[in-house]
Design a protein around this ligand. Structure first.
Ligand code: VGL
Ligand code: ZN
Length: 178
């Protein structure tokens, strides 16, 4: 039973430069994420990848009054992963309901149950965007009782000031920033 899990948050084409909702320099953490995936896999950790997986009419999209341009629409190239995942990686699709936003990988998914069933006690988090889905996932991980670590050299935010605030907030909540 793996005691550790790596959670790779939303490393998808639409969040990379040239995508529908780009995280500036989001692509620069791809090699780092791939390194962590390989390293954690080698030591027997559970590899989890969350993905933003919206229906075409999602409530977070501008045409429905939301803050974002359409992005990560289910089964489109923009929703594809840009990192190398092992075949047995656990894929968690989130924000799949038209009328519900979900930034956290735990929200409306069975991620907590999967981690518990696998004996996971510690989770390590990397990915994008630091102040949205990474933060929400990390805070929920703490709430669910997991020892939570942020791989800070493998995350990227949309806005540097918001990213800084998010790191402080995570720290206050008990996330260990590595
Ligand atoms: C995200 C904005 C909208 C994220 C997802 O993955 O951080 N941000 N949808
Ligand atoms: Zn989204």
């Amino acid at each position: 039973m793996p005691k550790e899990a790596l959670i790779v948050v939303d490393m998808q084409r639409d969040f990379m430069p040239g995508g529908a909702l780009p995280v500036p320099e989001g692509d620069t953490i791809i090699p780092k994420c791939n390194e962590y995936i390989k390293k954690f896999k080698e030591k027997g950790a559970l590899i989890v990848a969350t993905r933003d997986w919206h229906p075409p009419n999602h409530i977070s999209f501008k045409e429905r009054g939301g803050p974002w341009p359409p992005h990560c629409v289910q089964n489109t190239p923009g929703a594809e992963f840009v990192v190398d995942l092992p075949e047995d990686a656990i894929i968690i699709s989130k924000a799949t309901e038209p009328d519900k936003e979900a930034y956290s990988g735990f929200e409306g998914t069975n991620l907590a149950e999967i981690l518990r069933e696998n004996g996971v006690e510690k989770v390590y988090i990397c990915g994008v965007a630091t102040e949205y889905c990474v933060k929400a996932t990390a805070l929920d991980a703490v709430r669910h009782g997991f020892e939570t670590y942020l791989l800070s050299d493998a995350v990227k935010g949309i806005n540097p000031e918001d990213e800084k605030k998010a790191l402080e907030e995570m720290k206050r909540a008990g996330v260990k920033i590595l």
